[in-house]
Design a binder for this molecule. Sequence first.
Ligand SMILES: Cc1cc2nc3c(=O)[nH]c(=O)nc-3n(C[C@H](O)[C@H](O)[C@H](O)COP(=O)(O)OP(=O)(O)OC[C@H]3O[C@@H](n4cnc5c(N)ncnc54)[C@H](O)[C@@H]3O)c2cc1C
Length: 385
Amino acid sequence: MNPPIVIVGSGLAGYTFAREFRKHDRDTPLVVFSRDAADFYSKPMLSNAFSGHKTAATLVMKPAARIAEELHADIRPRATIAGIETAAQELVLADGNRIAYRDLVLGLGADPIRLPIAGDGAADILSVNDLDDFARFAERLEGVERMVVLGAGLIGCEFANDLLARNVVPTVIDIADQPLGRLLPPQAGQWMRARLEAAGVAFRMGNSATSVERAGTKYRVTLADGEVLETDLVLSAVGLRPRTELAKAAGLVTNRGIVINRMLETTVSHIYALGDCAEVEGLVLPFVMPIMNQARALAATLAGKPTPLTYPPMPVVVKTPACPTVVCPPAPNAQGSWQIGATDDGGGIEAIYVGDDETSLGFALLGTATARKQALTTRMPAVLS
Ligand SMILES: Cc1cc2nc3c(=O)[nH]c(=O)nc-3n(C[C@H](O)[C@H](O)[C@H](O)COP(=O)(O)OP(=O)(O)OC[C@H]3O[C@@H](n4cnc5c(N)ncnc54)[C@H](O)[C@@H]3O)c2cc1C
């Protein structure tokens, strides 16, 4: 029997690739390894689960056994891959077993970054990056009235907004001066902050947590400016680091992520990567739309129709109902400036990043301006053409 295509990871990257591949090819054996339960869930819903009255159980959209049937795939939950023998084209499982692959697809995801924070409570800081994390988080929420959220980026702000649905008062801490500091121009960031504050979110911007101490069943969080916050729980949402260790140990080139080319090939033949773990042309884009484009291209390629990756403009909707927001950031090396205006109804902000040659290179829309998402997206350049 020919060796299968082996996918490591049952997240959006691994499963979307499998689904897209089956549209081309019903016969080539597919094996999916996952160190989690391999049930399919929508990760973006982790940060608006409370508003949607979801639990860890009801967030599952399809159990692994059903996916196995639908995709005619051999799915192996709670199985960790410990190594890749590239010359032999074999994977080594943590239990010592081995499996040969025709092609290997790495959809390993990313790990939450942990800040160096002192204190005996630092080890209790939670982060939520998968369904198991969410189950632990939801369990700890009983009786919680106040929570400190580290990080005012997209995910920190979404969790803060969502906690309001559970009557928890969140205090968000970030060294930046405004929420979504990397995505929004200052005026838009302050506008967002004001709306989240009006809804009940507190901010300590331009600040950081230096220590977290246990205080009975609560915690005492000390900030860089000396303020001490009493809180019931601390959640960290300060960013993600692509999981590159497995690839690195096997001799694949890694940078911030596992380095791939436009065919999603790593630097070792028959090994591909996609999703939060992958880096293409210097871009690590840990969002849904890049993954969809990657999965479609790779599925066609591995089914025999070589298809290079392209990215259209890919706006991201920020799930903060207190301040509806859509961002389509300019490329990191873009040269230009933000042009910012209020909407006629006064209920929104439209910020366009205009390049030195007068072309529109990105946008941020807040409040009622989010209605302009489609119209503006069509004017944006492709991220990878
Ligand atoms: C709270 C939150 C909200 C988000 N909201 C949005 C949003 O609104 N819009 C948007 O576009 N994006 C959003 N994102 C980002 C988006 O969800 C991710 O980009 C995407 O889900 C990543 O999918 P993935 O398959 O690459 O990684 P993951 O879903 O993390 O999957 C990685 C898989 O690899 C497995 N694995 C790892 N190592 C091993 C190993 N050694 N052996 C076996 N298995 C292994 C894991 O078990 C897991 O199954 C959000 C992310 C978070 C955390």
